[in-house]
Design a protein around this ligand. Sequence first.
Ligand code: UTP
Length: 413
Amino acid sequence: MEIDYYNIQKKLKKYNQEHLLMFYNELSDFEKHKLLNQLNSINYEKVNSLYNNLKSHTIPLDEVIEPLDYFIKNDFSENQKSFLNNIGENVLKQNTYAVLTMAGGQGTRLGHKGPKGTFELNLYPEKKSLFEILAIKIKEANEKYSINVPWYIMTSEENNDETINFFINKNYFGLDKQNISFFIQNKLPLVSFNGEILLSEPYKVHEVSNGNGDIFDSLQYNGLIENMKQKNIKWIFISGIDNILADISDPIFLGLTINNHTEIGSKTIFKKDPFSQDWVFCKKNGKPSMLGYERITESLTNAKINNKYLYREINILCHIFSIQALEKCSTLKLPYHLAKKKNIYINDEGMKIFPNESNSYKFEKFIFDAFKFFENITLLRVNPEEEFAPIKNPEGVYSPMSATKLYIKQNQK
Ligand code: UTP
């Protein structure tokens, strides 16, 4: 169907986004068609109201904040470990366990060209990509438990084709390709700090993935919850692409979540610096939740009972969900957050700008916003030296260098 320029122009005017047609007259016919198609598909009402509501969002003052209980892996006795291990291993051996990797992020801080999972680390003597590191762990679990773990990989429209081609070129790292499912998450336009939608090319709106909390909707939309049920999957391990020490098949974690009668388990690390900007787990109005750093007062961060800190558990994006929990989450409407990001854009002169600092807002849903729809979740504090080596920045903290060091140390063990 031909899209009418004047209708689009009228619509853009209504939502104060007319600048998106600024270069229209200079475009080729093909580019004009492409741009009009994209402009026609965008929900401006949603973008504008998300921007306005999130900009004026204030912290609710009436929420009751309480601590959320947690376990500490290092404190378990050998007997406890072996008890939990048995529960977890029994489930793993039944071939009812799947791994889901969230790889739809933009990786703006790392700045790697291409999907973050294709980033290679020098792990002396060989180089390995983040995807390969995960693939090896899945292969090891398959061999150890004589199973065939299905692997679900969430991508974005920006990086899906490159991700799939990477797997094809690497021959799926020796895994059964029938057992790997890629699915694309939803997207939304980026906006400037003034709420203007950004262009990434004179003929293209800069749309990006809408946060890792979109996994529930996009799994459902792509028919993958049904797919998991058909495969008799009962438990799903969910993590990001960039923590190269994530233990994707930890029977103790699985056993603990089951034994604690919860549908969700989440690993944490201890917040060493009481005033860092990390969010921590808590209960809000009696339900599992996260406390933003702007709300963590000195008395909360130092609060202790029986020598146990109450608000020092950091979320490391390593979760276990039961299939029922995933299905329930896919019916929820999770809120959006505004994340400041550094993104390319086309300026008024039509030049592509690569900013040095954050210049845009990304609308993101967070997976942890689903936790409050459950009575309880199981938290397990782990040792960051053993289980947390994320790659976020090109250097310094959480960089390829710091992660490689921890990875090599852990693998020498
Ligand atoms: P981060 O929030 O750290 O974002 O994602 P990022 O994209 O990796 O990096 P920056 O912030 O742009 O530098 C944590 C995990 O969630 C996934 C990421 O791929 C990563 O594994 N994620 C994030 C998604 O799958 N989709 C998203 O929209 C955002």
